[in-house]
Design a binder for this molecule. Sequence first.
Ligand SMILES: [Zn+2]
Length: 106
Amino acid sequence: MPHTPEQTSEASLGLKRGDLVLDTATGRVGEVMDNRWNRYQLRPLGGGREWHANPLNLVSPRMNGPRCPECRRIKSAYYAASHEGDREAAARWTTEMGLHQRAAHL
Ligand SMILES: [Zn+2]
């Protein structure tokens, strides 16, 4: 995938504050706090030190359209967990989405 400035723009990921994302560079799930300097500021679930993540390394069930039944399954499980306020489960589905996309779509 070519690394163009467009791909790091705010609009490209469609993430907003509070969304959970997997940073594939670190394998950690974080909560989106901000988006500055072409980086996303992520906070560990439950608090802790924020870190800066490259948008190119981020995967979230909220990103991209569903591309296969497994994507759809993970996505709906993520939304169900989020809707119930179960952040731990939502974080697990976020990780699951990262693993699945890496295995099936990259
Ligand atoms: Zn898929």
